[in-house]
Design a protein around this ligand. Structure first.
Ligand code: AHG
Ligand code: MN
Ligand code: MN
Length: 337
């Protein structure tokens, strides 16, 4: 039973037996993500200071190039997951190809693979707006004892064993699921511990917020255009017109919509035939969280987590949020001329 104000560490220990795999490895994996998130959080929080304390030039005191935060976050997550010797492979939005962990796991005994968007919403870093990290965890499908292969990463979203995100917002939160609901933990920066602040989060079935980059309206499919007009129509009995909110960081837009009730859309357009968001690093983990929180995630026609991936960096249209709102979009897509 989740108890409010429990630390994340206590929660993991207490719930370990309810994890589908009880060897403790998944708990250790979540623990290592918690650690990397703290390190990245520290760096994100002082991002605005870079011009002040980093004014000496492009290199830091060790002579290393000062890195953009998304590269920094990428390195920290990969380093932590590798050092702790828990995973056999990692794929990241920031890497061209997947990484086989040879150094620590030389006999390829580890079972888990991680896919990660180390810094989501990176266009918001420079302007002090919330960003995030998204992760997705699978069991490998190729035999233990052999190096990981591409097919270990190209699994359908419905095979995920855990997924979550960190939102570096007004406070920093880690929100994740292991297939048994969604729980949110808030970091107390003074102590460095995460506390269970949002147990068993659920999307309201109906919402009144829609999040979409409306600047692309002209390029959207007719079904999406019709839905946006529907959101803007006056209809008091179902609280329309809805409110428009778009941060431009999927993690933050999703987080707000999950708590308040709303829908996020990154549809295909006449410019991008598959939309923008990546199936493996962004859409599948968010879809898993959404479904675990009574929400829904679709490409406008079918379930995100049933899509058969064909490549690592594949993009898909993404419609995600309160169940009845997503169903409504699907109706508009089906009937649009
Ligand atoms: P990333 O920073 O990982 O590349 O992801 C940015 C994504 C997503 O977080 C956000 O909702 C969307 O791109 C914003 O795109 P537009 O600027 O095209 O609206
Ligand atoms: Mn992203
Ligand atoms: Mn990113």
């Amino acid at each position: 039973m989740a108890t409010k104000n429990q630390t994340l560490g206590e929660f993991i220990i207490e719930n370990q037996s309810s994890f589908k795999y009880t060897s403790g490895e998944l708990s250790r994996l979540i623990n290592s993500i918690r650690l990397a998130a703290k390190v990245v959080n520290h760096e994100v929080n002082k991002a605005g200071l870079v011009d002040i304390i980093g004014a000496a030039g492009d290199t830091n005191i060790q002579g290393e190039d000062q890195q953009k935060l998304d590269i920094y976050a990428n390195e920290k997550f990969i380093q932590t997951l590798t050092n702790r010797n828990i995973v056999c492979g990692i794929a990241s939005e920031e890497e061209d190809d997947f990484i086989t962990i040879n150094s620590q796991d030389e006999n390829h005994q580890n079972k888990y693979i991680v896919l990660i968007d180390p810094l989501d919403g990176s266009s918001n870093i420079d302007v002090n707006v919330s960003v995030g990290t998204i992760f997705s965890i699978y069991r490998r499908v190729t035999p233990v004892g052999t190096p990981v292969q591409l097919k270990d990463f190209l699994q359908k979203g419905n095979q995920q064993v855990a997924a979550g995100y960190i939102v570096y917002g007004t406070s920093t939160m880690l929100v994740y699921t292991t297939g048994d609901g969604v729980n949110g933990f808030t970091l107390n920066p003074a102590i460095g511990s995460y506390y269970l602040s949002h147990p068993d989060i659920k999307f309201p079935k109906n919402g009144t917020i829609y999040s979409v980059n409306e600047g692309n309206y002209i390029h959207f499919p007719q079904g999406i255009k019709n839905y946006i007009k529907y959101c803007q129509e006056e209809k008091e009995e179902d609280n329309r017109p809805y409110t428009s909110r778009y941060i431009g960081s999927l993690v933050s837009d999703f987080h707000r919509n999950m708590i308040k009730g709303g829908i996020y859309m990154y549809p295909k357009s006449s410019k991008n035939s598959n939309g923008k968001l990546r199936l493996l690093y962004e859409c599948n983990p968010m879809a898993f969280l959404a479904e675990q929180a009574n929400g829904r995630a679709s490409d406008g026609f079918s379930r995100i987590m049933d899509i058969e991936p064909s490549e690592l960096h594949q993009r898909v249209p993404f419609i995600c949020g309160s169940k009845n709102m997503v169903i409504k979009v699907e109706e508009f897509m089906k009937t649009a001329k």
